[in-house]
Design a protein around this ligand. Structure first.
Ligand SMILES: [Fe+2]
Ligand SMILES: [Fe+2]
Length: 276
C-alpha cells in the first residue's frame, strides 16, 4: 500500500510555508485522504494552498484530542467546503481543558461551540472505541496506561463546575495503518504515551511489527529515564522510520535524531513524504 503524508501545520516550517504551534497532517492511503488534526488557526489553510491541496478532496478529519493547537483550524477548513465532513474523535474533546503552569492558567480547549462547527457541516462521530475508517486504517480509541513510565502531563486540567481536576486525556487518539511492512502509526500529541499507544495498536490490529511513527510524541517534558526507556523500546520494536513533530521538543528531537540516524526525520510544516 502507498502512504504519502503532507504536514500542513507544525511548530516549524520548511521554506515557503508558515509554522504555527500545533499539528495537522494530511495522510493519503488506501484510497482515502484523511486529515489528522487541523492546527490552531490559519496555517493549515495557508500551507494547503501553497502545497496545492484542496480541502474539498478530504474524506475525513480525525481529531487527536480537544486541545486548541489540534482543533483551532476546524472552522476555517469546514468553511471551505460545501458538503458535510465526518469528524472522528473521542467524546471528551468537549471537556473544558486548561493548562496550569506556574500561575499561568489558560483555557486550551476547542475554541468554538459544537453548534457552530456543526452549522458549517461538521458531523461529529464520537467514540471511546477504535474506529475503522477502512479495512486497514483504524483509530486507537482510549489507550490504556500500561508501561508505568509514561505519565500524563501534570499541568493539564479539566474544569468541572468551578473545580479543576487533572485531565486523564482519554480523548488522546492516534491513527494506525496496516501495511505489508507492519503498522504505520500517526500521533497527535501522544498524551497517553507513545509506547502505550504502540502496545494498544498491536493489540487492536494483531500485528506486532511497527514500520513507522510520525507526529507529536509529547517527550518535551519527559524525564531522562523515560526518554531512555522509550528509545530502548523503539529499538526493540525495530521501527524503520521516525518522523517527530510538535510536542517532541528540541532536546528529545536531538536525542532521537542521534539515536535513530538515517531513519529519523523532523516532520515540519511543508514536509512531504512517501512513507511507503
Ligand atoms: Fe495536547
Ligand atoms: Fe499539542
Amino acid at each position: 500500500m502507498d502512504i504519502s503524508i503532507t504536514t500542513l501545520t507544525e511548530n516549524t516550517a520548511t521554506i515557503g510555508f508558515i509554522g504555527e504551534w500545533g499539528l495537522s497532517i494530511l495522510i493519503e492511503a488506501d484510497n482515502k485522504r484523511i486529515l489528522l488534526d487541523t492546527g490552531p488557526g490559519f496555517s493549515a489553510i495557508y500551507n494547503a494552498q501553497i502545497a496545492g491541496i484542496d480541502f474539498r478532496t478530504i474524506n475525513t478529519i480525525v481529531l487527536s484530542h480537544g486541545h486548541f493547537d489540534h482543533t483551532g483550524g476546524l472552522r476555517e477548513i469546514l468553511a471551505r467546503r460545501t458538503d458535510k465532513m465526518d469528524i472522528i474523535a473521542h467524546p471528551s474533546i468537549w471537556e473544558a481543558k486548561y493548562s496550569i503552569r506556574e500561575n499561568d492558567k489558560r483555557y486550551i480547549g476547542i475554541p468554538f461551540a459544537r453548534e457552530l462547527l456543526e452549522g458549517l457541516g461538521g458531523r461529529f462521530n464520537l467514540s471511546r472505541q477504535p474506529t475503522w475508517l477502512t479495512g486497514n486504517i483504524v483509530t486507537s480509541g482510549e489507550v490504556p496506561l500500561i508501561t508505568g513510565y509514561e505519565e500524563i502531563d501534570q499541568a493539564l486540567y479539566v474544569k468541572e463546575k468551578d473545580a479543576f481536576r487533572l485531565d486523564t486525556l482519554y480523548d488522546d487518539l492516534s491513527l494506525a495503518i496496516k501495511t505489508d511492512m507492519g503498522l504505520a502509526i500517526f500521533l497527535g500529541c501522544a498524551h497517553r504515551g507513545m509506547i502505550n499507544i504502540i502496545r494498544h495498536f498491536q493489540k487492536i490490529t494483531g500485528d506486532e511489527r511497527v514500520y513507522s511513527i510520525v507526529g507529536g510524541t509529547h517527550l518535551f517534558s519527559a524525564s531522562p529515564e523515560r526518554l531512555d526507556s522509550t528509545i530502548a523500546e523503539l529499538k526493540k520494536i525495530g521501527i524503520r522510520k521516525l518522523g517527530v513533530s510538535h510536542c517532541t521538543g528540541f532536546e528529545a528531537s536531538a536525542r532521537l535524531a542521534a539515536e535513530f540516524k538515517d531513519i529519523f526525520f523532523l516532520n515540519s510544516a511543508g514536509s512531504r513524504h512517501q512513507l511507503l
